[in-house]
Design a protein around this ligand. Structure first.
Ligand code: SF4
Length: 356
């Protein structure tokens, strides 16, 4: 590869390292914008090994933006099941429709047009623009934050607006403007293979002599993180109703986690409660009106960690006696047990079903 004239030494060493160590990944066989987009969205918050399988399956089913735009949302969510962060899939589906309606089905090539699509932020727009269209936009993801914070021993906490601004400016100065996509992929790979969050491989690092954190013997001090603890605890009580061959689901259609996914009827409480307390609640009486005697299994308790929330969950298996007819009311729907797998569900519900 031809190198641009006066590139910073960090950039040239990164490019050399990447040339030797580039990983063979399915999305690296193409610079097609649609493929780059799908891979970038799948890889947000997902490990490369897990993301690769999803990418291959997704591209097989939706090889172009038209097919994705025409798809039924339930099918898109079903294909996404297990990856979590379902808003990514819903936004991607909406953005595919925008590309068809606003850009005649051609993926836009300008950074600002790409950034205007639903669910695409600065990181993804920079990745697509640089890899597919050679646009000189530096990506700044978690890997880039860490690598730059260590190389320049940046004392400003990285999640503050000053920290983001400083690191974005440095990333922009380091980019190889002739090969921005290669540079961007190189620094991200370098962060995930060499300059890792824990135990970075400083002894093998080609940037060691340029690294301020290393020369100060303070690698463990960077990046500086000063994030307030904003974790919220939530308490979900699910009812897996067994009614002969049927069970019951409801769709989460409000602005919250797992929008448009299905789940068992739920009562959310503000603190942990036991079954006797649940029985006293009006929501419980609405759910089981007309059924005086229920057979209930002890709850299966699962804890589910999301980025900013911990969901403490009790799954109760409730058996409707033969002599009663369960009459569900909106929004609960009746589902044949054999058809349960047709519905997109959260990873938490999936975990429960696997356990039982
Ligand atoms: S010397 Fe260590 S801390 Fe510095 S860039 Fe290399 S791996 Fe990261």
């Amino acid at each position: 590869m031809k190198k641009s004239a006066a590139l910073p030494v960090i950039t040239t060493r990164l490019l050399d390292w990447y040339k030797e160590n580039k990983r063979d990944l399915p999305w690296r066989e193409t610079t097609d914008a649609y493929s780059v987009w799908i891979s970038e969205v799948i890889l947000q918050q997902t490990r490369v090994a897990q993301g690769s399988d999803y990418y291959v399956r997704f591209m097989r089913r939706f090889p172009n933006v038209h097919l994705l735009a025409e798809a039924n949302e339930q099918e898109v969510l079903k294909l996404w099941q297990g990856l979590g962060y379902y808003s990514r899939a819903r936004n991607m589906h909406a953005a595919a429709k925008q590309i068809v309606s606003r850009f005649n089905g051609r993926f836009p090539s300008h950074y600002s047009d790409i950034l205007s699509l639903k669910g695409i932020g600065a990181y993804t727009a920079a990745a697509i623009t640089s890899i597919a269209f050679n646009g000189p936009f530096a990506v700044v993801d978690g890997n880039v934050f860490r690598v730059i914070a260590r190389l320049f021993a940046i004392e400003t906490p990285i999640h503050t607006s000053d920290g983001i601004k400083t690191i974005t400016e440095i990333a922009q100065q380091l980019i190889d403007r002739d090969h921005p996509g290669t540079y961007n992929q190189g620094i991200m790979d370098f962060g995930s293979v060499i300059c890792t969050p824990r135990q970075p491989k400083c002894a093998d690092c080609p940037l060691q002599s340029a690294c301020m954190a290393y020369s100060l013997r303070r690698v463990a001090d960077f990046p500086v993180i000063n994030r307030k603890n904003t974790i919220k605890n939530r308490y979900f009580n699910y009812f897996h109703i067994v009614d002969g061959d049927k069970t019951y689901l409801q769709k989460r259609d409000h602005a919250d986690i797992w929008k448009n996914l299905y789940e068992f009827p739920l009562i959310e409480t503000s603190s942990p409660v036991d079954f006797m307390q649940l029985e006293q609640m009006p929501e419980f009486r609405d759910l089981f009106s007309g059924i005086p005697s229920l057979s209930v299994d002890y709850p299966l308790t699962l804890k589910h960690q999301l980025t900013h929330q911990v969901i403490h969950t009790n799954f109760y298996r409730v058996i409707i006696p033969d002599q009663f007819t369960y009459r569900q009311s909106q929004p609960v729907i009746s589902v044949e047990k054999a058809n349960l797998s047709d519905y997109p569900i959260s990873r938490l519900t999936h975990k429960y079903l696997e356990t039982i």
